[in-house]
Design a protein around this ligand. Sequence first.
Ligand code: HEM
Length: 425
Amino acid sequence: MPDAGRLPRYPFAFRGDQLAPELAASVVHRPIQRVRTNTGTDAWLVTGHELVRSVLRDRRFSLTLTSDPWMPRQDPLIPPLSVTDIRTQCENAGLLQDLFQGVGPHQRYLTPGRVREIADGLLDTFLAGEQPGDLMDGFIMPLSRALTMELLGLDPEGCPDNAEIFNIFRTGPESMQGVPESWNLALTWMLGRLPGLRASGAGLLGRLITLSDASGVLSEEEVADLFVFLLISQFGNPATFLGAATVGLMQHPEVTARLRKDPGLLPRAVDELLRWTVFLGDALPRNAREDVLLDGVLVREGDLVLVSTDAANRDPRVFPDPHRLDIDREPGPHLRFSDGRHRCPGGPVSRMQAAETLRVLLGRTADLRLAVPADEIEWHRYYAVTLPVAVPVNWTLPGAATPGTGDGKPRGAAVPRPDGGTLTP
Ligand code: HEM
């Protein structure tokens, strides 16, 4: 073990299209190692697939304890603490089954056809704009925002802007300044939406508020906190994944060519992109409830354990040639949606959104390419997710001889709202 004064600082990097070399090395040589976190405290970083999965499945490693102010932490402790363990909260309030159904494979709130329709409408504007255009600002962000409002049943009027919502993902030393304000802004807005959701019963949140009112377990503010968590999960996570996935795809033109020719490969390609992209700007935290021997290392009661599912997804013992994006790979047990008790319920609906979005994006372009070298893409630093700041792209339309030219400034696009109006991203 390195001496405590020289512990490596974690997180190592923030790119969504490349695993940090330190993580790649650690998977193979040191699947459990000591690191120093954003708060300056020390933690166990776990990277090997088998070990990561065993920690996530082991109830001796607790997510709930991570909101205990006395525990060592990855990032500053930021309220509201009620959303630390959403699963237990939803269980207690009788919401869990409907939450899982509402984002599961048979959910009824957002159809594949509707995803394609909204994506198509946005691309009408984006692809008519000048090149290069910013795929994040002009397509992925407004799309994810519109899909979120539709799935959750929210009237978007007055919703905080994208920057404000994504500010909630900030980690590291400066998060204490910005995150509580952004959360409170979203919370105040959400509190104002609750009467409308009660009256309309629309979308997933309309269903959940009816159940919550019936059980009476959660206060009005706890309901709004839960709904803000679902808002950022459905908006932020799919947008982050699509950002990293499109950056990755554009570095593999042979893959996009195959997907254009055979869109039936898309669900499998999405699964491989979920494995291959790097999603977390930090790690999934747990605190040990008791002393546990992990791969021969004694983890003491209370110790902080940081689980890197990104590293586990590149473990060569489970995914041969792990850094290769290979859509012919047999779907394997990747951990993009975590595992164990806190496995993310949103996997099915996120896969569907991604597959339908890529179907439309690839179908509407004959060619889509990064307008800058991949190494020049800027990624937000100290965010819990690996979000590109911008993804400048050029494209060729089907049937067009040469790509259009412009003044070189990326363009955004107007967002169609479910009610037929438009929002500015
Ligand atoms: C590409 C999209 C998504 C990814 C990669 C993703 C990933 C994750 C991860 C890694 C966790 C943490 C689990 C842990 O601590 O072990 C999580 C938790 C969670 N996610 Fe997602 N997520 C995505 C989309 C969604 C969507 C669309 C929803 C629902 C609207 C959602 C709802 C949740 C909930 C409720 C939790 C808390 C689970 C718990 O604590 O038991 N996620 N997600």
